[in-house]
Design a binder for this molecule. Structure first.
Ligand code: SAH
Length: 261
């Protein structure tokens, strides 16, 4: 019996219906699969039944990684590392389909890292990821809602988001305290041109540092009160950060980049 480590967010998925559902979200047959945090290999087992081309798994826990090596031998490649320290683009020349029941404490960090580091082409064709429901709700949210913010703006820039289902704590062992949601994230064919995604992070960070305050202060901080930008983007500075749609934040980032170039 393996004792779950709380520090590594270990909640193992044991619900067979959910495992079936996850592997049927997209095609696995003949695909290169990257699984993040495979744990005891519950999902890995289901993935292998679908005849993937190649399966690489990244598991930070040394003991679990060794167990996976023993249990799956030649069927998978186990990398015993922290996903945050991996350069996914260096693993394989072909695209991955990515699965991950992510540790809740680093899920937003991983997703942000992947988006910010995207180059001209995508290294994945789909991401099938489990999040804490509250985080998934933030990713999905649209403007004019209280959950709208940096994460939805960043994710929507490059990815199309589909919610597959919510998952109850009972589906895991040990049971987490909160509900989870499964999301399918797929590359968008076209996205607004931003030179450096770090600027999108910066612009949204400054705008959302005070959710309840008017746009005036962050706007002045970034654009020195530039009237032309306000008119061009039709922004009313008495609104709040959550009232501007995705597109406006991408345009603001582009204006910010123009000012610095
Ligand atoms: N996918 C499995 C396990 C989910 S629990 C299942 O559904 O049953 C989350 C897993 O991620 C654990 O195995 C944990 O050890 C691993 N993990 C935690 N932090 C990690 C990190 N930074 N990099 C890679 N794996 C990590």
């Amino acid at each position: 019996m393996i004792k779950a480590k709380k520090s590594l967010g270990q909640n193992f998925l044991i619900d067979k219906n959910i495992l079936e559902k996850i592997i049927n979200v997209t095609q696995i047959e003949k695909k290169n699969i990257l699984e993040i945090g495979p744990g005891t290999g519950n999902l890995t087992n289901y993935i292998l039944k679908k005849n993937p081309k190649k399966v690489i798994v990244i598991e930070k826990d040394k003991i679990l990684a060794e167990k996976l090596e023993q249990n799956f031998r030649d069927e998978i490649i186990v990398i015993n590392k922290d996903i945050l320290e991996i350069d996914e683009t260096s693993l394989l020349k072909e695209k991955f389909t990515v699965f991950g029941n992510l540790p809740y404490n680093i899920s937003t960090e991983i997703l942000s890292k992947w988006i910010v580091n995207l180059k001209d082409s995508f290294w994945f064709d789909h991401l099938i990821l489990m999040f804490q429901k509250e985080v998934a709700d933030r990713i999905i949210s649209k403007f004019n809602t209280s959950t709208y913010g940096r994460l939805s703006i960043l994710t929507n820039w490059k990815l199309k988001i589909d919610k597959i289902c919510d998952i109850k704590p009972d589906s895991f062992s040990p049971k987490p305290k909160v509900e989870s949601s499964l999301l399918l994230l797929s590359p968008k064919n076209k996205s607004f041109t931003i030179k450096d995604p770090k600027n999108l992070e910066k612009v949204t960070r400054i705008f959302f540092s005070h959710r309840r305050k008017m746009l005036k202060k962050p706007f002045n901080e970034l654009f020195n009160g530039d009237q032309k930008i306000l008119e061009k983007l039709k922004i009313d500075l008495s609104l709040r950060p959550q009232n501007l749609d995705y597109e406006t934040y991408y345009q603001l980032t582009s204006e910010y980049e123009n000012l610095r170039s």
